[in-house]
Write a protein that binds this ligand. Structure first.
Ligand code: SAH
Length: 216
């Protein structure tokens, strides 16, 4: 059976995003365009636009559409921005961002996930996504500073390296808390001051690595 993906996306955007208060037109447009079903296992095709996170292998998940959208809005992406994503996973969040900003740098620690995402970026012609394998808890110094940094795994506390790699006026979106549950924090850099607000409660897979939970 061939599914009507554009229709499934339109319904997702209306019922899961717009009706829950996410109204940024550019962000919603990105969700209408990016084929989420390409980022999930073909066996889960029927669930691709469902209102939940889905497994992507290696004990990891692609986040619920609403959470991806909420984090994207919290990042307040602008066209000329360079954005760092920590935790490429399926590549879906990076693909959404690629439509909204100038360049997306994304790091994943699990090589096979990174490779799968890289192949998808190429197939979908997302030429402004640069990815690599590594520990993103310490950021990606070569291209710093970033106007936006988004962490899609739960940290024990805000990684200092990520704060340091934020441009003046830049926003860092990071779930922080215990392993079981976190708060989605949004930190805005103002010179050497950092303003911090809490967006919502959330549950993410752990951020491992040097400034995460350690390497286990
Ligand atoms: N943004 C992803 C969500 C992936 S889940 C998506 O749209 O699908 C979080 C990902 O973070 C997992 O793939 C996990 O392997 C990765 N991760 C955890 N700790 C990391 C670290 N220190 N550096 C890079 N990636 C990390």
């Amino acid at each position: 059976m061939t599914r009507d993906y554009p229709q499934a996306r339109a319904r997702m955007v209306e019922t899961q995003l717009r009706r829950r208060g996410l109204r940024d037109a550019r962000v919603l447009e990105a969700f209408l365009r990016v084929p989420r079903h390409r980022f999930v296992d073909p066996a889960l095709d029927g669930e691709a636009y469902a209102d939940r996170a889905l497994p992507i292998g290696f004990g990891q998940t692609i986040s619920q559409p609403y959470m991806v959208a909420l984090m994207t809005c919290a990042l307040a992406p602008e066209r000329h921005d360079r954005v760092l994503e920590v935790g490429t996973g399926s590549g879906y969040q990076a693909a959404i961002l690629s439509r909204l900003v100038h360049t997306v740098f994304t790091i994943e620690r699990i090589a096979p996930l990174a490779e799968r995402a890289r192949a998808l970026f190429r197939e979908l012609d997302l030429t402004n996504v640069i990815e690599r394998v590594g520990d993103g808890s310490i950021g990606w110094i070569s291209y710093a500073p970033y106007q936006g940094i988004i962490v899609t795994a739960g940290a024990p506390e805000i990684p200092p390296s990520l704060l340091a790699q934020l441009a003046d006026g830049g926003r860092l979106v990071v779930p922080a808390g215990s392993r079981a549950n976190q708060s989605l924090l949004v930190v805005t850099r103002r010179g050497e001051h950092y303003e911090r607000r809490e967006e919502t409660a959330c549950v993410f897979v752990p951020l491992l690595g040097k400034e995460g939970w350690g390497d286990d």
